[in-house]
Design a binder for this molecule. Structure first.
Ligand SMILES: Cc1cc2nc3c(=O)[nH]c(=O)nc-3n(C[C@H](O)[C@H](O)[C@H](O)COP(=O)(O)OP(=O)(O)OC[C@H]3O[C@@H](n4cnc5c(N)ncnc54)[C@H](O)[C@@H]3O)c2cc1C
Length: 416
């Protein structure tokens, strides 16, 4: 049978199959929802995952230049969920972070902050390519017996005190004790539940891409604060063609960022070089696609509703200044899994209001703190005011001289 006809036949046969009731239905199989599903399934909880996108099990996508910095706590969670070992591409540890301040085309200010391998007993984080995480997750979602994967599919959900009913657009329906909204920044479940959202716009857009460079990065990252927004270089594993590679997250004014992103390779490389504050990587060259993301912070006023919780970007979005967006989402699901697995082991109802209230109490205050911290950092650093420049340079150099404070920052950022 022709392959397409075969796929259509399989999909049609699949559509006839009834779906068993589950304990938890997760809407959205992004990094947060997908990993939560794998983790809960490991603990014997029956999970359904619905995603509107197709999630091919054996995807072999091309290099696309996007990557995540994963902190130690979330890495351990990915390991427990069986996802980390399924990553098809190597990760790269971040062992040093240099924080500097400056202007494009000028050397960085001599006052700097450096987190070194002596500040921690393990790397600050691990860089993984976004496509690598996607491949590992999709493969796990397809092969884990406790997971019913429904994709591509969309669902209508009715939530009542006694339980939730999920109806797919093909007419099939099933019951769940808890619905997890992991459907990203524009979460439909969040708006359908009438949960208010507060949004702060930064007037900045991030340019995300990968670069190849002349000298090795030695597993070091750079956060260089510029008047238009922070510029970050994060170490990536090299490949045969490009032995030394890094990821770039360059935030600049809206409008300007799109124009920079559209520059020819050689001019773009020159603009990158002007923003690095030092020449420790030598000549740089962009590799693969360039992506632009308008930046805003947002937070949901509450994380719960009847038989529903919000996790990941559906609950909060922050400035990528500290590379913590996804890590916050992972912290949500680390807390939620603990609560749900303990309740499951005691035979309790996984959608009970007191469990959901405990989840919100554990996560929301800490997430609001991180949102406020990244917001203040961006506002303090993304400007050219000479008084603020002086104050922040003295501030970062001051933190650099206080090992105990440096270690406290590190511990928090690693999610430990
Ligand atoms: C420029 C930039 C750089 C970043 N860098 C980092 C970094 O270095 N480190 C870090 O930790 N974070 C980083 N982040 C943040 C990170 O990308 C997000 O926090 C992360 O993708 C959130 O994951 P999620 O699973 O919550 O949502 P998403 O990744 O948005 O996934 C949502 C899923 O839900 C599905 N979906 C949506 N609507 C529906 C629906 N109605 N029905 C069914 N399915 C639906 C989608 O198809 C998708 O699969 C960065 C963000 C930006 C913008």
């Amino acid at each position: 049978m022709h392959q397409t006809a075969h796929a259509e036949h399989a999909a049609a046969a699949h559509a006839q199959m009834p779906i068993s009731d589950v304990d938890v239905c997760i809407i959205g199989a992004g990094p947060v929802g997908g990993t939560l599903a794998c983790h809960l399934a490991q603990a014997g909880i029956k999970v359904a995952v619905v995603d509107k996108a197709d999630l091919p099990p054996m995807e072999d996508p091309d290099f696309d230049g996007r990557a995540y910095a994963i902190a130690a706590g979330p890495k351990a969670y990915l390991e427990e969920a069986g996802v980390w070992d399924a990553l098809p591409l190597p990760s790269c540890p971040i062992e040093d972070i240099l924080v500097t301040d400056g202007r494009p085309g000028e050397p960085a200010s001599p006052l700097f902050l450096e987190f070194t391998r002596e500040d921690a007993n393990q790397p600050f984080g691990w860089m993984i390519e976004a496509r690598s995480l996607r491949v590992a997750l999709n493969a796990s979602l397809h092969t884990t017996p406790e997971i019913t994967l429904l994709a591509p599919a969309e669902a209508t959900i009715v939530r009542r005190k006694e339980g939730a009913t999920v109806t797919l657009h093909d007419g099939r329906s099933f019951k769940a004790k808890l619905v997890v909204a992991a459907d990203g920044r524009k979460s439909r479940l969040r708006s359908q539940a009438g949960i208010p959202l507060t949004r702060l716009s930064y007037g900045q857009t991030a340019i995300v891409c990968a670069i190849a460079h002349e000298f090795p990065h030695d597993n070091s990252a750079l956060e260089h604060f510029l008047p238009a927004g922070p510029f970050a270089q994060l170490p990536l594993p090299g490949n045969e063609e490009h032995p030394y590679m890094s990821a770039i997250v360059w935030s600049d004014h809206d409008g300007l960022a799109e124009r920079f992103a559209a520059l020819p390779d050689d001019v773009f490389a020159m603009q990158l070089q002007r923003r690095m504050g030092n020449n420790r990587l030598g000549q740089v060259k962009p590799v693969g696609r360039r992506w632009t993301y308008p930046l805003s912070a947002q937070y949901a006023q509450r994380y719960t509703d009847t038989r529903m919780v919000l996790v990941g970007d559906a609950a909060h979005g922050i400035h990528p200044i500290a590379g913590q967006g996804l890590n916050l989402g992972f912290r949500d699901i680390i807390a939620l899994s603990k609560i749900l697995i303990a309740a499951h082991n005691r035979g309790k109802d996984l959608g009970a209001p007191e469990l959901l209230a405990r989840y919100q109490a554990e996560c929301r205050p800490a997430n609001m703190l991180m949102l406020a911290a990244t917001d203040v950092l961006d506002r303090l650093f993304s400007n050219n005011n000479p008084v603020l420049r002086f104050a922040r340079d003295v501030g970062i150099a001051g933190v650099n001289r206080l090992p105990a404070l440096r270690k406290a920052f590190v511990k928090h950022a690693m999610g430990l």
